[in-house]
Design a protein around this ligand. Structure first.
Ligand code: SAM
Length: 212
């Protein structure tokens, strides 16, 4: 908690909240993590690990857990606390350059409300490209910010990129109250001839399997 508040005071526009998310929100946002097999789960903006911890427990050391965080102090803390997690210090905008395999779940703690429209779109494009077929993207929004221009932009940008976008019920116990968007089925690009083209993430997964 102390590190989180300190970092908020140092970088309010990237940390975007004065306290980590609570347990109820962590449970809601990590619900799509597959419990079996060897899934790839990518977390964006883990901060001090409010969601990281839940993902780790749900995976139970199966599969691969990646955390992408821009703040060096958070990266340091996460790397020490979760040596089994592949923690990357990077901007989520560069998600597509990290050489990650297609993800079964992408879970975001990013502060969308402080991002420009362009930044929101670039990150969501990278997420949609990384998701495997059948993969799920979850992200949260604070209730009080959902109807502000950045909040409305986020929802519109999600709906432009995913066939299904479902907001959860409000988690009132979170401070401040928040809800989760569950986004599935990234909209596929069309080739020049109008044929459906699979997302880049799926192409990368096939290439990796083919070369293994
Ligand atoms: C609102 S905090 C959420 C932290 C944690 N997920 C939680 O819910 O308690 C936002 C986090 O996103 C990180 N962040 C902000 N912009 C980012 C970016 N462009 N790429 C990666 N991480 C970013 C911040 O450093 C911070 O850790």
């Amino acid at each position: 908690m102390t590190l989180f508040l300190t970092e908020f005071l140092r970088n309010p526009l990237t940390v975007g909240a004065i306290a980590p998310s609570g347990t109820a929100l962590a449970e809601r946002i990590t619900a799509p993590v597959p419990r079996t097999g060897a899934p790839v789960v990518v977390e964006l903006g883990p901060g001090t690990g409010a969601f990281t911890d839940h993902i780790d427990r749900l995976l139970g050391h199966h599969g691969r857990q990646v955390a992408v965080e821009v703040n060096a102090r958070f990266v340091h803390r996460l790397s020490r606390r979760y040596p089994q997690v592949d923690v990357r210090q990077a901007d989520a905008v560069d998600l597509g350059d990290l050489g990650l395999p297609a993800a079964d779940a992408v879970i975001s703690g990013l502060p969308w409300a402080v991002f420009s429209a362009r930044r929101q779109e670039r990150i969501l494009d990278a997420v949609a490209a990384l998701l495997a077929d059948g993969g799920t993207f979850t992200t949260f929004a604070y209730l009080h910010a959902a109807w502000t221009p950045p909040g409305r932009r986020l929802r519109a940008a999600l709906e432009a990129r995913f066939e299904e976008v479902v907001p959860s019920r409000t988690v009132w116990s979170n401070l401040p109250p928040a809800f989760v968007y569950h986004a599935r089925r990234p909209v596929r690009c069309l080739s020049a001839s109008g044929e459906s083209v699979e997302p880049v993430g799926e192409q990368q997964r096939r290439a990796a399997v083919g070369s293994a």
